[in-house]
Design a protein around this ligand. Structure first.
Ligand code: URA
Length: 262
């Protein structure tokens, strides 16, 4: 292969990896998974095969239900710090392995308003905080328009923010129903512990996760209930960036939130 062929073969390999979702380097040293799996296959070969199959069958029988595991881990968390720790230790969601950081929350716990978004994007994954990219900047401007600020010293003007998923999906793909269901117990507990007066469900994924409903265009603007608290579905700021004509409805929803708080 000449140098040019080799360079384009390497580039094609990189593009293929990015397409599979491996679009950031997360380890200091490269890991050769092909060599690792060849080594473990040869360890399991020959006389070990039957024993390995028996172990695999018995562990399959004992495989825990991830949703039940999530429920007990969440229920056993008495504080927000404990909940963040339990989420960090939760190993059933594949997204955790591709993400750089757990994105738990931002803003002020105890604020009257709690916002639940979808999932971290690239900037959130890098910084470990929700809504810090372009959508987050628009969210901050929307909140400021009704006198709210995620870091306001007075809890009456402050906001607390989290997402349905705490790990970035590869290439920002939409969360699957299985991922939403698996992590929902943590979100329910998160809202119970943060104890806001109102919850905002930002976009379709949040409506699916909190209310079990989809169709944000129909749901937005109508007060609902989540975990015993008033819950307002609103357009997601990323949707507003792509569809600026919908800002009029978003403004109406912000005014509805403001009058509920007043
Ligand atoms: N979109 C979300 O829903 N959450 C974030 O944290 C960032 C973008």
């Amino acid at each position: 292969m000449d140098t040019l062929d080799e360079a384009s073969a390497l580039k094609a390999l990189l593009d293929w990896q990015a397409e599979l979702g491996a679009d950031v380097a997360i380890g200091e040293m490269p890991a050769d998974r092909y060599a690792e799996s060849a080594a473990s296959a040869s360890l399991q070969g020959g006389a070990g095969t039957a024993a390995a199959a028996a172990v695999a069958m018995s562990s399959a029988a004992a495989t825990p239900d991830p949703v039940e595991e999530a429920k007990s881990a969440a229920a056993a968390s008495p504080t927000l710090d404990a909940l963040a720790e339990a989420l960090g230790a939760f190993d059933h969601c594949e997204l955790k392995r591709g993400a750089r950081r757990l994105v738990f929350s931002d803003g002020r716990p105890g604020a009257r308003v709690m916002i639940v978004g979808e999932a971290p994007g690239r900037e959130e994954d890098e910084q470990g905080k929700p809504f810090v990219g372009r959508a987050g900047q628009l969210l901050d401007r929307m909140l400021a328009a009704i006198g709210l600020d995620r870091n306001a010293p007075d809890l009456a003007q402050a906001v607390y923010i989290t997402n349905i998923l705490p790990w970035r999906p590869p290439q920002n793909r939409a969360p699957t129903p299985e991922e939403i269901a698996m992590l929902r117990p943590f979100v329910v507990r998160h809202v119970e512990l943060a104890a806001p007066d109102v919850v905002i469900a930002m976009g379709n994924t949040a409506c699916a996760g909190l209310l079990g409903q989809k169709g944000i265009t129909r749901l937005r603007g109508s007060w609902n209930e989540f975990a015993g608290r008033p819950c307002l579905p609103m357009f997601h700021p990323a949707f507003l960036l792509r569809n600026p004509y919908a800002k009029r409805e978003a403004w109406a929803d912000l005014l509805s939130l403001k009058s509920r708080l007043d």
